[in-house]
Design a protein around this ligand. Structure first.
Ligand SMILES: [Zn+2]
Ligand SMILES: [Zn+2]
Length: 463
């Protein structure tokens, strides 16, 4: 499922898979060497928090930026902290990716609704009943004994403050949050952060402080405390006891061989772990034929100066794209599923048999020398839908693959003319250009190309 994040810094909406976003948030909240089962807990907890905000579960999304599920304003939408949303997913720690994939789409619910997955670093023996901390009873936040974390020393960088301690140390008055959903946003406000993640200034309890002042008064090691205060204040209010999951305890449980289901069920009372609801899929019922140009044995197969051939690349992209479209409800057919070539007339025949809504063909361009590079996309002259989709594909592909836009053009190609549906023919990059060839050789680029085309299709059908 695609999740929309409004980035205040760049002032644009980023769409990303909810599982990938949850992975980034989980990674932000735990140590890199955490146990796999703990990482799974946090992947599920982060996903749960994200799911809770979506319309799927009657969430309202971000109330500052309508139309996005959450925003990146510190302390506004994400109490779990704001990770770097641009970290490429495949650059994230392997354990986080594994945890994410093995818990894909799973969230924690109570009575069918996503819970608010409170957690804390270390409870010190027992977790807390919600009424002692938040003032109201939340059935899944019950006190449980946690012998697991009792003997662990706090790491020096982790400091706890009760609200009373904060009031005293900073000489301020804090209005205590009333209920679960009022959250603790009002306590730390207007957090300004520099590029390195150091806090420049912050307003606490209505009073402005420089980051250095806070570090000084609270005896912190540095001003690079990120959003930890927001995060840990949530769980460190009152007597300094925690709500929900105890991170240190979950680490010990994982080391003792317990699985994430046991850990989550231990700290959250009476919950279920289930798959997220599926949104109404935007491509439900659409029939798409994908055509990978030039299989092995095709005399017209494009080849690079070094003899690298286009056939396998086209197939790889098409197979990837097929999965993405299917996940979104489309019925997808391919004109070839193996490396072997299928002649043009046969591809037309296969396509027309399926009566598709769209035909998307992918091939690669060549030129007599290595100067030409970039992407060209063709549609048949009267085909308005084909033109529109071609334009979207061009926008997405040039962005994703960082390549030249060589234009969306009309053409009389045999395939475009003979298929009886809207069609687009993507000449994706020049295999004869060394830079383009390098891209075409990378399996990651095949995935990126597929994702770009997929996003264009979703945009097209979203209108
Ligand atoms: Zn927001
Ligand atoms: Zn504990």
């Amino acid at each position: 499922m695609l999740y929309s994040v409004f980035d205040w810094e760049k002032s644009l909406i980023m769409r990303m898979d909810i599982n990938e976003l949850a992975a980034r948030i989980a990674a932000f909240n735990i140590r890199e060497n955490s146990c796999l089962e703990t990482a799974k807990c946090f992947a599920i907890m982060a996903r749960t928090e994200l799911a809770r905000k979506t319309k799927l579960y009657n969430g309202s999304g971000c109330n500052l930026r309508k139309g996005s599920d959450i925003c990146t304003k510190p302390g506004h939408c994400l109490e779990f902290g704001i990770p770097n949303i641009y970290t490429p997913y495949d650059k994230m720690p392997q354990s986080i990716r594994q945890a994410t994939e093995e818990t894909k789409n799973k969230i924690i619910t109570f009575g069918g609704k996503p819970i608010k997955p409170y957690f804390h670093l270390r409870c010190g023996g027992t977790t807390e009943n919600s009424e002692n901390v938040l003032g109201n009873k939340i059935t899944y936040l019950r006190k449980v004994y946690c012998s697991y974390c009792a003997d662990i020393e706090d790491e020096e960088k982790d400091k706890y403050f009760t609200l009373e301690e904060l009031e005293q140390l900073l000489n301020i008055k804090i209005v205590k949050p009333k209920d679960e959903y009022s959250s603790f946003n009002g306590i730390f406000e207007k957090i300004e952060v520099d590029e390195d993640g150091r806090i420049r200034s912050v307003k606490i309890g209505g009073k402005n402080f420089k980051g250095t002042e806070i570090a000084d008064k609270l005896y912190l090691n540095s001003t690079r405390f990120n959003y930890m205060p927001v995060k840990f204040l949530i769980t460190c209010i009152g007597k300094g006891h925690g709500l929900g999951l105890c991170y240190s305890g979950s680490e010990e449980m994982a080391k003792a061989g317990m699985k994430y289901e046991e850990i989550l069920n231990y700290y959250y009372t009476g919950i279920d772990i289930e798959e997220m609801r599926r949104p109404d899929r935007p491509l439900n019922g659409q029939i798409v034929v994908l055509d990978a140009a030039s299989g092995r044995g095709d005399k017209n197969e494009s080849k690079s100066m070094t003899g690298f051939a286009e056939g396998p690349v086209n197939l790889s992209i098409v197979l990837e794209l097929k999965e993405l479209l299917k996940e979104n409800g489309a019925v997808v057919y391919l004109t070839r599923e193996t490396e072997h070539n299928v002649i043009l007339s046969k591809r037309v025949e296969l396509t027309n048999e399926k009566k598709p809504d769209f035909f998307i063909s992918i091939g690669q361009n060549t030129f007599q020398n290595d100067t030409a590079s970039g992407t060209e996309i063709y549609h048949y002259r009267e085909d308005k839908a084909g033109k529109k989709l071609s334009e979207y594909i061009m926008e997405e592909v040039t962005k994703e693959l960082n390549c030249n836009d060589r234009g969306v053009r009309e053409a009389e190609f045999y395939l475009l003319r003979e298929v009886r549906c809207s069609a687009t023919f993507i000449e994706l990059l020049y295999i004869t250009n060394p830079v383009d060839e390098g891209k075409l050789k990378s399996p990651l680029m095949h995935k990126k190309a597929a994702r770009a085309i997929y996003r264009a299709v979703i945009r097209y059908y979203g209108e």
